[in-house]
Design a protein around this ligand. Structure first.
Ligand code: DAH
Length: 340
């Protein structure tokens, strides 16, 4: 038995001494197997206790456990020492004065950025922002806007239809009736959302685009209010004074109906490819809300009048950022999106 106790003494001493000398995790792991592993001398002694004479067992058992605990503590301490030395060593290579690398945080799509701008400007002008339903019914997209079934003007909008007679909205005018019914004059509202057209795509046409619809209804509203409102809006968006030009146009839900053009923001009306050397950019449809539309919205056209407009958000982005092909917007091409 005294031999066993001596052997335990030796194991503990040499284990603790070896731990002092080890400096890396690989060597540490080797020692751990040598001193505490399944085939280590200590484990062997612990296993042999059962076969010792009864009287020797308590002393050898007690001493074996002491040695095990002492070695385990030594190993834990050594591990933290090695880890600490390792990180200090690494920290030496780190120059804490170097500026942080630029994080790639992603980009907000230019359409979204423009929508935020539009909302900001109109909200500052006292307008409320609504979102349309992506899929709506015939009444809201057409009939309530003075375009009954069979009306030839329906052909203006190349419509996708569901089998049940619903459609992905062809324009955000689809919300006019709901806004008129929900609010009492004075009504100032813009509706911004996706619209969908069954179109062949080319550099200027997409099947899915964003539109901004707007309405203003109160007593005594005239065309000059419309021109003033929209001129102010576009000047804010382009951050310079723009001129607008109003021409007659036809939309069933406005009377008179108009098209509005902006003075070319790229060449300041000197003439360029984008404005086709006319100095003007066709940008939106607008007009005085048709009495039928007001009536359908629960508003008395003999007391109130109003104007409405609709324009494509994508087109505005194209003009502001000089983008030549509308199809870039849905391309998912990171080279495009990273520029904004
Ligand atoms: N909804 C029309 C379109 O998609 C745009 C428009 C024209 C809206 C005239 C209006 C308007 O409110 O008065 O082409």
């Amino acid at each position: 038995m005294s031999n066993l106790l001596k052997e335990l003494e030796r194991i503990e001493k040499s284990g603790l001494a070896d731990l002092k000398k080890v400096n890396d995790l690989k060597g540490f792991e080797k020692l751990r197997i040598e001193y505490l592993g399944r085939k280590s001398k200590l484990t062997e002694i612990l296993r042999s206790i059962q076969s010792l004479p009864q009287k020797d067992r308590p002393a050898v058992g007690k001493r074996s456990n002491e040695v095990r605990t002492s070695l385990e503590t030594g190993f834990t301490k050594t591990q933290s020492r090695i880890e600490q030395e390792f990180s200090l060593e690494r920290a030496k290579d780190i120059d804490v004065t170097v500026p942080a690398a630029r994080q790639h945080l992603g980009h907000i799509h230019p359409n979204t950025q423009m929508i935020w701008r539009i909302e900001d400007v109109f909200q500052l002008m006292g307008f409320e922002v609504f979102e349309p339903y992506d899929v709506d019914d015939d009444y809201h997209n057409f009939t309530s806007l003075n375009i009954p079934e069979g009306h030839p003007a329906r052909d203006i909008w190349d419509t996708f239809w569901t089998e049940e007679g619903f459609m992905p909205i062809t324009h955000t005018s689809s919300m006019q009736n709901r806004v008129l019914r929900k609010r009492k004059p004075p009504i100032r509202a813009v509706v911004i959302g996706h619209t969908f057209r069954n179109e062949r795509t080319d550099p200027r046409h997409e099947h899915t685009l964003f539109q901004c619809e707007g309405i203003y209804v109160d007593k005594g509203i005239t065309l000059s209010d419309m021109i003033g409102t929209l001129k102010t809006f576009f000047s804010k968006i382009f951050e310079k004074d723009v001129n607008v030009k109003v021409d007659p146009d036809y939309f069933p839900f406005v009377e008179p109906g108009n098209g509005m053009a902006l003075s070319c923001t790229l060449c300041d009306q000197k003439g360029c490819r984008v404005c086709k050397y006319t100095g003007w950019l066709e940008i939106l449809g607008c007009g005085m809300i048709h009495p039928y539309v007001l009536k359908e919205g629960g508003i008395d056209p003999d007391v109130y009048s109003g104007f409405a407009w609709g324009f494509g958000v994508d087109r505005l982005v194209m003009l502001r950022e000089r983008i030549e092909d509308i199809r870039h917007f849905h391309s998912g091409d990171l080279r495009f999106i990273r520029q904004f």
